[in-house]
Design a binder for this molecule. Sequence first.
Ligand code: NAI
Length: 667
Amino acid sequence: MWKLDIDEAQIGWLHFDVPESSVNTLSQQALMQLDQVLDVVSNSNLKGLIILSDKKKDFIVGADIAEFTEVTNVDGAEAFMNTAHQTFKKIEDLNIPSVAMIHGNCLGGGLELALACDYRVATEDAKLGFPEVFLGIFPGFGGSVRSIERVGVLAAMTMMLSGRTSIAKKAKKMGLVDDAVPLRHLRHAAVFAIEHASHTTSRKNTILEKIMHTDLGRKLVANILRKKTKKLVNPKHYPAPFALIDLWQNYGGNRALMFKQEVKGVASLIILPQAQNLVRLFFLQERLKSLGKGQPSTIKYVHVIGAGMMGGDIAAWSVLQGLKVTLQDQNGEVVAAAIKRAAALFGKTLYTPRARQEAMDRLIPDLHGDGIKQADLVLEAIVENLEIKQGLYQAIEPQMKQGAILATNTSGIPIDELAKKLAHPERLVGIHFFNPVAKMKLVEIVAGKATDEATLQAANGFVTAIHRLPLPVKSSPGFLVNRILMPYLMEAILMVEEGIKPEAIDQAALDFGMPMGPITLADRVGLDICLAVANDLSEISEGKIPEYLNQWVQAGRLGLKSGHGFYHYKQGKIVQSQDASGRIYQEDVPNRLVARITNEAIRCLREGIVADADLLDAGMVFGTGFAPFRGGVMKYIATAGQESMMEMLDVLEDKYGERFKKDDGWR
Ligand code: NAI
């Protein structure tokens, strides 16, 4: 995995290349081999050492996460991390200058390795960060200590607590890398660092930082960090960030002890169910990604029809990922508004004016639909109405180029219905995005009976190419995610009808670990859309739709978009609930919410809406944000115990009626 080349200037170039893998990860074996090479290096008379990756795309993407799943106890976890600590200490102790020469992703354990070097030089667009919190842990290869030493406690903690990556240009400003250069200058920058090494690379603390490093200073700063973090996550659900803050508060004054306690802290986190569930989700995500891999996507040019909330955002996202898009709507103002939203997205996510301009150039308003003839994919996102969609397809199908595919973003109209009037139903597929497009990773790929394999492959390839996760689902009303979500939303809405306060219902869901309460979610999605989907589903799912929802929608009370739904909104923010006098709480609230979700999930599995329980979990987590630390709906059932879930349904059925009747699938 490691190859040491020595040049005429006596500089050692240590190449890392994990065989038969598209990325470099730090497995135990990779670490042990590195350790051996470092012994050779320290006994040689080299002038300096440059560590680089032979992979085209990345430096090192992190530790080998597959090995996390083999760790079953604290001792095993500690042994795992001690290997890395010992090896990185060898890099740090070399009596020659060392440089990490970084391109592409330099994440987690990869960044920890780079931090053990004296210098870090990177390509301008390299990405550096600590995504460990997303796996329920924090950096455990010495990174918590070394990152604080390099960039100061506030910047380092922000990186580790948020899991966010920085591009090298920004990382240079904070001192995480010493130089950020175009790729063609990277080798030169690495050699320059060695030739001009001063060996005084450690950063000088400012007076403020010196204060922060006193016992009292650490206590104060740790409290602020705790308070901020608590606003984002619940410590019971996600203990890792809080354990990291504790670590620094307690041991930040003693380097050797902090290294030791870092290992202990991460070891005790890694064996918790939260971390194990998050690691499982990581692999489920890889599974979804693999569906669209294999060959490059054939779709380079997309024509989107319907520039409303979804169509406009799908167009912008596809452009951001490098595709060319023409955007059509019957209403020119809607297209203009979508382009304005796209410009805001590019402004937030693209770093150079040139990149932003190039993106704007790839997004083309097209009121007359000229793009239909040239696009590889025509994606429809117009109103949710069968006849109107069918009419549009009849008009555009003859214009589409040969081999192009037609996709619909319908929330739940069966593909077979939509395909009825098409000459080529085999090239129609559902590509169902979730709202907001830039945030929700999941995209349901819905095959009709006639949809052919080539169309499905093209759809999977497109979704993967734009960095979303394709999930194959059966064409049945609501597909998978809305099908499971809707009974849960309707139960919440029924509870409001019974007089329970919306705030109390939302809080129960947040306490369970949902990213947003069901009442807020219904307001966000739009009460009209909720009602339409609930009506579509009413034939196949038990449950009633509250009458007042119909009345509200007719009166234009649609939720966030109309400024008034369950809550009142001012500039997109909740100002007060519609009825502050409701009952505060009722003990059945959380059970009723959970019971509707789990029962519907079991029903979907029985009906084969999705191929297996793992895919169902991936769908619910990446499509709705279902409590990731619980690992998904099916994982939750397994953890809570199937028997006790069934008993809960029996109790609720007695109390609230038929809609809680256990599905046959439980048996
Ligand atoms: P929207 O009402 O914001 O946008 C629809 C747009 O289509 C409007 O701008 C309208 O002018 C345009 N349009 C209607 N007929 C047209 C035609 N024949 N030719 C060209 N343009 C036409 O609706 P939204 O929310 O974007 O939904 C679009 C589709 O996406 C629907 O099928 C919906 O079920 C689905 N969807 C909606 C989600 C949501 O959260 N709103 C989530 C996922 C899917």
